[in-house]
Design a protein around this ligand. Structure first.
Ligand SMILES: NC(=O)c1ccc[n+]([C@@H]2O[C@H](COP(=O)([O-])OP(=O)(O)OC[C@H]3O[C@@H](n4cnc5c(N)ncnc54)[C@H](O)[C@@H]3O)[C@@H](O)[C@H]2O)c1
Length: 272
């Protein structure tokens, strides 16, 4: 039996760099996937990719910031697969103009809050009643490591992703005993084609020097965690925030700078 056999799973942002492989991994785990994205063509491409790989999926375009779209998205999931078992709130992102607070355009702030905080809330608002009808459900919210530590930039995005963590805990607390689990993942830097277009190579190198794994994170690392948290294998995990970041935020802040010094000390010790 596959871990998500026959489950009806909505994934937002399903046309994106993390969303597309995650949708495929959900289908490989047995899920019937509702691939949603504001970019209709991207949602369709992911649906085709899932189906070509032997999975079951439909594409439903939706702008998660719009309540009517989200209502229709959940209705489409119910019409296609009879209900909603799992919601993956993956749609999100920042804007180039999210740079600092002093120059913050409130329109930019509001847009980022709408996408990253209101969007997941709306998806929960409409998916939870469907989960309650079945007496069970799992929600996986994709937050960000940016919610957990100070950043040089992206203040609106960081604040919005922190809101996602609070939303996660609220939902788990409100609905846990009704059979609904709600957990969040905080990814570190996860490079993919779409991000490579806008992300400076120098920053990728700095990140690689500061993680505690020999190689960087991939969209599949997030997908595997989503599948696990959505499945019954995680039945006793609720209201948690799971970093999938190669240990980026777990070590001393001076790790990268002092590594060379420490290995020199070890060399001296070995010689003495
Ligand atoms: N890639 C990373 O390094 C990283 C790190 C931490 C967190 N995250 C989070 O992971 C999630 C996926 O990110 P990604 O790297 O795949 O980015 P991405 O831009 O490739 O994917 C995001 C998807 O969300 C969709 N989207 C944007 N606005 C939307 C809207 N209003 N309604 C519905 N869908 C909308 C986009 O069309 C896109 O397909 C995001 O929530 C992001 O904040 C990513």
């Amino acid at each position: 039996m596959k871990p998500l056999q026959g489950k009806s799973v909505i994934i937002t942002g399903g046309g994106g760099g993390i969303g597309r492989p995650t949708a495929r991994m959900l289908a490989v785990a047995g899920a019937r996937v509702i691939v949603s994205d504001v970019r209709e063509d991207a949602a369709r491409m992911t649906r085709d990719y899932v189906v070509e790989n032997g999975g079951e999926a439909i594409a439903v375009p939706a702008d998660i910031t719009r309540e009517e779209d989200v209502r229709e998205l959940v209705a489409a999931a119910v019409a296609a697969f009879g209900g909603v078992d799992v919601l993956v709130n993956n749609g999100g992102g920042s804007l180039a103009r999210d740079v600092d607070i002093v120059t913050m355009d409130v329109g930019v702030w509001d847009a980022i809050m709408a996408l990253n905080a209101r969007g997941p809330m709306l998806c929960c608002k409409y998916a939870i009643p469907e989960m309650l009808k079945r007496g069970r459900g799992a929600i996986v919210n994709i937050s960000s490591g940016a919610a957990l530590s100070g950043q040089l930039g992206i203040p609106a995005y960081s604040a919005a992703k922190a809101a996602v963590i609070a939303l996660t805990r609220s939902i788990a607390t409100l609905h846990g005993q009704q059979g609904i689990r709600c957990n969040a993942i905080t990814p570190g830097l996860i490079m993919h084609e779409r991000l490579a277009e806008i992300f400076p190579a120098e920053q990728v190198r700095v990140d690689a020097e500061n993680i505690l794994t020999p190689s960087p994170g991939t969209p599949e690392d997030i997908g595997a965690t989503v599948v696990f948290l959505a499945s019954e294998q995680a039945r006793f995990i609720n209201a948690q925030v799971l970093p999938v970041d190669g240990g980026l935020l777990a070590h001393t802040p001076t790790y990268a700078q002092t590594r060379a010094m420490v290995s020199k000390r070890l060399e001296v010790k070995e010689r003495s």
